[in-house]
Design a binder for this molecule. Structure first.
Ligand SMILES: [Ca+2]
Length: 301
């Protein structure tokens, strides 16, 4: 539901198609003694040459990228690494790898596998072969990463790919990929529910507030009624009930107060939402019993 997501999401290309990668020809393992070490963020790939994607041979229609002349009948795999930085203040909402490949590949993000296509059935080696021929013409295929927050990290990340040809003598090889994300910047919680609703009440002893997400650090003094703090608060998660003593029977001006915190939020924002609630109308129209005229005591917060 849209009102629960108090953030703005935007697409981001963490790794672009035609990007420059560090690459290693699979004439031997890319790392020893641990043949998986090359997939880690910390692996030193300085000695690997840079090459632009797509990586290919035997494809006369591909004019750009890195031509792997000499691969046919010589080696069946290549290793690729690409670094990118994820800003610390961003959260990841979705992630997918989009790849074009002849014949197969396995992709790891920070050492964790995120996608495989026509991959060998056993543990990949430098001389492994793709599990099947790519169907031509090859096109970009999407691979959704289901739990991106578990593989992406703030700061430096590494996308590592091993590409497999179907045979040493295969007439061609192609690989290019992009890593696409939806990023969002966390925002403060909003108030999505208030009880009693603004309007006419005869007296006011409690107010229950529901936030758009669980918050922490809520204290009675964060809620003011006629500028007097509530005396107690109960609740947890996203919903809290403030008790006002004595019960108010006159015009009541209510507002959220300072510094409730959820993960990182000041609640200055809560005040502003309270003052201008989108869904519930003006907040301070608490009309006391016996009042002749509503308008006489209706003062905007
Ligand atoms: Ca091939």
């Amino acid at each position: 539901m849209a009102w629960l997501c108090n953030v703005e999401a935007e697409p981001a290309e963490l790794v672009r198609s035609n990007a420059t990668w560090r690459f290693f020809r699979g004439t031997r393992e890319a790392s020893t003694p641990d043949p998986t070490a090359w997939r880690a963020v910390t692996f030193a790939d300085n000695a690997w040459p840079n090459g632009g994607a797509p990586f290919s041979y035997g494809e006369p229609d591909i004019a750009n990228g890195t031509r792997l002349d000499g691969m046919q009948n010589s080696f069946s795999t290549i290793y690729l690494r690409h670094r990118f930085v994820l800003p610390a203040e961003r959260e990841i909402a979705s992630l997918e790898l989009v790849a074009v490949c002849d014949d197969g590949f396995i992709a790891w993000l920070n050492g964790r596998e995120i996608a495989r296509y026509n991959a060998p059935s056993d543990a990949p080696r430098y001389d492994s072969l793709a599990g099947a021929n790519a169907v031509e013409p090859v096109g970009f295929v999407n691979f959704i990463v289901p739990t991106p927050e578990q593989v992406l990290a703030a700061g430096t990340n590494v996308l590592a790919v091993q590409v497999f040809n179907v045979s040493l003598g295969s007439s061609d090889l192609v690989f290019d990929a992009a890593l696409l994300a939806t990023l969002r910047t966390p925002g403060p919680p909003t108030i999505v529910g208030i009880a009693p609703l603004p309007g006419v009440v005869t007296e006011l002893g409690q107010v229950t507030v529901t936030f758009s997400e669980p918050v922490t650090g809520v204290q009675a003094g964060h809620f003011l009624a006629n500028d007097v703090p509530a005396v107690s608060v109960t609740g947890s998660g996203a919903t809290y009930t403030f008790t006002i003593v004595p019960r108010l029977t006159g015009p009541c001006r209510c507002a959220g107060a300072r510094s409730t915190r959820s993960r990182t939020w000041p609640t200055r924002r809560i005040d502003s939402i309270w003052r201008r609630p989108v869904r519930t109308g003006p907040m301070n129209c608490w009309i006391p019993r016996g009042l002749r005229s509503c308008s006489a005591n209706h003062r905007p917060i």
